[in-house]
Design a protein around this ligand. Structure first.
Ligand code: GLA
Length: 392
């Protein structure tokens, strides 16, 4: 029994009022911000995200039957389903993340139990900080704990199950990064993930650095279709390069020198997409080395270069994201800034000197609305812990 923090405490009270019984467990899945390594995960490459101190919580009480009764605090919406009759619901999208994870866990042969659960999150929704992955991961922990099968899967397996739910049940073709960091993040650490082998290494986050996240609040309506198009272009690049480089399986296997040597095999657009991915993988590894050497100036430059590459070669930035990044960089204490996540809107992340967070936030509130005509949101977060369970 741990003493719950005030937010959990109020969710416990809310649960008791709604379900007329005391909850026994809280499952927590955090959102994430990616420091560098964008659009590399589905190319078998490297990423360097951190978990943030914003998360989705499911306060629950296991049931003796196979029904799941949900209440979402933010949507003020209820939903019930049976673990024996899981069907995609086109009218209530939020429930599909929960149903999808239950579906995948059962597909893996894990015997689940029903539960009553109250869901609440403070990861901005559709903001590019992986609120979906946070909900999926919290759900996986909730279902496994309710069934007393928490040990059935290790962290990597939970991340893969959550990604599978999103790919196969929700129908979004995302990579592994978001679910992986939500499960395996650790306080004051970034996580270097090799998205091919799924090996990972915790990288201490330097005490002389802080993170400021700027939410453009711009619509991301293009993100889905453009994301799939980028994936196809990368595959097209690999297929063309395989004619001369038969050993390659993904852009992860291609070096800058090889890409330049064979660039005439690719259309100009596909070449640009490949150039981003190949260079971004190299930037991730250089960022890790610079972080480990405490060289934040270099980290900032690599973040800036990543943004330029996403803007010019991968073409997933937007006027709003560029304006956000410009506002962040206008403060002297900002080492570097870049869009984070899929792009087309959502958030940018800045690495700043501790003590400069407020100055960066002020600059965003001052400059961004003038440029983008939208009121932004700003979050300051140190890298937080990954998914966890609280037993009440
Ligand atoms: C989204 C996806 C991730 C990753 C990023 C881009 O967040 O969910 O898997 O591909 O975009 O780096």
């Amino acid at each position: 029994m741990t003493t719950p923090d005030p937010r959990t405490q109020s969710l416990i009270t809310e649960f008791s009022n709604r379900f007329n019984a005391a909850p026994t467990l809280v499952a927590i899945g955090p959102g994430r911000v990616n420091l560098i390594g964008e659009h590399t995960d589905y190319n078998d490459g490297f990423v360097l995200p951190v978990a943030i101190k914003r998360d989705v919580r499911i306060v629950l009480r296991p049931r003796t039957d196979r029904r799941v009764h949900l209440y979402s605090l933010e949507y003020d919406d209820r939903y019930e389903f049976s673990l024996d009759a899981i069907r995609f619901n086109p009218d209530k999208l939020w429930v599909n993340y929960v149903q999808g994870v239950a579906w995948v866990l059962q597909e893996l042969g894990i015997e689940l139990r029903g539960f009553d659960g109250l869901i609440s999150g403070n990861v901005p929704r559709a903001g590019g900080l992986s609120s979906s992955a946070a909900l999926e991961v919290a759900t996986a922990y909730a279902l496994l704990a309710a069934a007393e099968r928490r040990d059935a899967l290790d962290g990597v397996q939970i991340a893969r199950a959550a990604q599978r739910a999103e790919n196969k049940f929700v129908g979004v073709n995302c990579g592994i990064m978001d679910q992986f960091i939500s499960v395996l993040g650790q306080e004051n650490h970034a996580l270097l993930i090799d998205c091919r082998s799924l090996e990972y290494r915790l990288i201490p986050f330097p005490p002389q650095a802080a993170l400021v996240i700027g939410n453009t609040k711009a619509s991301r309506s293009l993100a889905g279709s453009a994301y799939n198009e980028r994936r196809r272009q990368c595959e097209e690049g690999v297929a063309a390069l395989q004619a001369v480089l038969p050993g390659i399986r993904a852009l992860r296997d291609v070096t800058t020198a090889q890409l330049e040597q064979h660039r005439t095999l690719l259309s100009p657009t596909v070449y640009q997409r490949c150039r981003h991915v190949v260079a971004e993988n190299e930037r991730v590894l250089r960022t890790v080395a610079a972080l480990e050497a405490g060289d934040l100036i270099t980290v900032g430059k690599l973040m800036n270069a990543s943004h330029a590459s996403l803007r010019d070669d991968y073409e997933v930035s937007s006027a709003a994201l560029d304006a956000m990044v410009d506002a962040m960089r206008s403060v002297a204490g900002c080492y570097g800034a870049r869009l984070t996540g899929a792009g087309f809107g959502g958030c940018a992340v800045a690495l700043v000197q501790p003590g400069q967070e407020q100055a960066v936030a002020d600059a965003i509130y001052e400059q961004y609305p003038k440029a983008a005509n939208i009121w932004p949101e700003v979050y300051v977060s140190k890298p937080g812990p990954g998914a966890r369970l609280l037993y009440l």
